[in-house]
Design a protein around this ligand. Structure first.
Ligand code: FAD
Ligand code: MG
Length: 348
C-alpha cells in the first residue's frame, strides 16, 4: 500500500516535469522504470531521440547497481551487510564507500543536520520497515537511539569501514538517489549524450537543453496542494535539483502527523517545514542538502548555505499564509506562478 502511494504521488511530478520540459509524446522521448521503491525517468529531446534506448539501458543498470549496493530493504545489500557487522571492520564496495564518504562530508558541512546514521531514530518513529508506535517514543527511547547516531562515529579507510558505537546503522535514503543520478549523468556524458534529463523520484540532473534548444524546465510542487505548482525552475546545463517534503512520507501517531526527516540533534521528526528544493552542481549534493535544509529551517539555513556558494535553495515553512523563501541564486532560475508571485521572499 505504502509502495503504491509512493509511485502514484511521484508519477504526478513526472507528468508535470514532462509537460514543462515540452516533452509531448510525438516530439521527445521519455522512458520510466521502477527503482529504489519509487519511479525514475530518463528524457531526451527530439535531436537526441536515437539515443533513448542507450540512455535507458545505462540508467536502469546503474540505478539497479546502486539499489543492490545501498538498499536497506534488501538484507543482502552491501550496506545492509555493513549495518549488520556489529562493530567489526568489513570491506565495502565502491558505492558504499562513496556514500559513507559523502555522508561524512555533508555531516560536517551541515553541522550534523544531515546525518545518515539516523537509522535507529528513523525506525523508532516507524519509518523504513519500523513499526509505527501507538504513542510517540519516550524521551528515554529517543535518548537511547541517539547513542547510536553520529556520522563522526563512522570509520572509513580505503575500502574498509566500521562503526565506533555499537548498534549503529547507515540509512542512504537521504542521499543515494542523488548519487545514482550523478552516476547516470557522468556515464551518459562519457558516452557523448549531450542533452538528457535523469530523474529518480524528483532527484534530477540535466545535460544540455530541452526541445528547440530551450533550457530544461521543471515544476516545483506546492507542498500544500500536490496538484499545483509554486513555480517553474529553468535548469542550466549540468545542474541538479532535489526536493524534500513533509507531504509524501509521514506517519500518524495519536492523530498527529510526523514527517520522515529527523533532526539528529533532538531525535524528533522535523516540524515547521513543508518543503525544500535545493539547486546544486551535483545531484548528490542537492539530495543531501534538501534533507539538511529541511532540518535547518530558514533561521539556520543561511549560515550553512554560505559554505556552499554553488548551492541555491527554496524553503517553504509549514505555516499559513504561504511563504516561499529563496536565495538570490535560486531566484535567478525560478519563476513563481502568478498566484504566488507576491509570496516570494529573500531567505534572510
Ligand atoms: P529525502 O529528504 O531525500 O531523505 C529522507 C530520508 O533520509 C528519510 O526517509 C530517512 O531515510 C533519511 N533521513 C531522515 N532524516 C535524515 C537526516 N537528518 N539526515 C540524513 N538522512 C535522513 N522505499 C520503499 O518503500 N521500498 C523500497 O524498496 C526502497 N528501496 C530503496 C533503496 C535505496 C537504495 C534507497 C536510497 C531508498 C529506498 N527506498 C525504498 C526509500 C525511498 O525511495 C526514499 O529514498 C526515501 O523514503 C526518502 O527519500 P526522499 O527523497 O523522499 O527524502
Ligand atoms: Mg535528500
Amino acid at each position: 500500500m505504502k509502495y503504491r502511494r509512493t509511485i502514484s504521488a511521484v508519477c504526478l511530478v513526472a507528468v508535470l516535469q514532462a509537460v514543462l520540459s515540452g516533452c509531448s509524446r510525438k516530439q521527445s522521448a521519455e522512458q520510466m522504470w521502477l527503482t529504489m521503491g519509487t519511479y525514475a525517468t530518463v528524457t531526451v529531446p527530439p535531436r537526441e531521440m536515437h539515443r533513448i534506448e542507450e540512455c535507458l539501458n545505462v540508467a536502469t543498470s546503474l540505478t539497479a547497481r546502486v539499489e543492490n549496493s545501498l538498499s536497506l530493504f534488501m538484507p543482502d545489500s552491501d550496506l545492509s551487510r555493513l549495518n549488520a557487522s556489529d562493530g567489526r571492520t568489513v570491506a565495502v564496495n565502491e558505492d558504499t564507500r562513496a556514500i559513507l564518504a559523502m555522508s561524512i562530508k555533508y555531516g560536517e558541512l551541515t553541522d550534523g543536520c544531515f546525518d545518515s546514521t539516523v537509522t535507529p531514530l528513523v525506525r523508532l518513529w516507524g519509518f523504513n520497515k519500523g513499526n509505527v508506535p501507538p504513542v510517540p517514543p519516550s524521551a528515554e527511547a529517543i535518548h537511547e537511539a541517539l547513542q547510536k547516531v553520529g556520522f563522526r562515529q563512522i570509520i572509513l579507510s580505503g575500502n574498509k569501514a566500521a562503526f565506533r558505537a555499537p548498534g549503529m546503522e547507515v540509512d542512504s535514503g537521504g542521499i543515494a538517489k542523488g548519487y545514482a543520478v550523478d552516476l547516470c549523468h557522468d556515464e551518459l556524458a562519457r558516452r557523448g549524450v549531450k542533452n538528457v534529463m535523469i530523474n529518480v523520484a524528483g532527484n534530477l540532473r540535466v545535460r544540455g537543453t530541452s526541445k528547440g534548444g530551450r533550457p530544461w524546465r521543471i515544476g516545483v510542487r506546492d507542498p500544500f496542494d500536490r496538484e499545483r505548482l509554486l513555480g517553474t525552475l529553468e535548469l542550466p546545463h549540468g545542474m541538479a535539483v532535489s526536493t524534500s517534503g513533509n507531504y509524501e512520507r509521514f506517519v500518524v501517531i495519536e492523530g498527529r502527523r510526523y514527517a520522515h526527516i529527523i533532526d539528529p540533534r533532538t531525535g524528533i521528526p522535523v516540524e515547521g517545514m513543508a518543503g525544500v528544493t535545493a539547486l546544486c552542481t551535483t545531484a548528490t549534493e542537492a539530495d543531501a542538502m534538501s534533507t539538511a535544509l529541511f532540518v535547518l529551517g530558514p533561521a539556520q539555513a543561511p549560515s550553512v548555505l554560505s559554505r556552499l556558494p554553488d548551492c541555491h535553495a527554496l524553503l517553504v515553512p509549514d505555516t499559513q499564509p504561504l511563504r516561499i523563501l529563496v536565495t538570490p541564486g535560486f531566484r535567478r532560475y525560478f519563476t513563481p506562478v502568478p498566484d504566488h508571485a507576491d509570496r516570494l521572499e529573500d531567505l534572510p
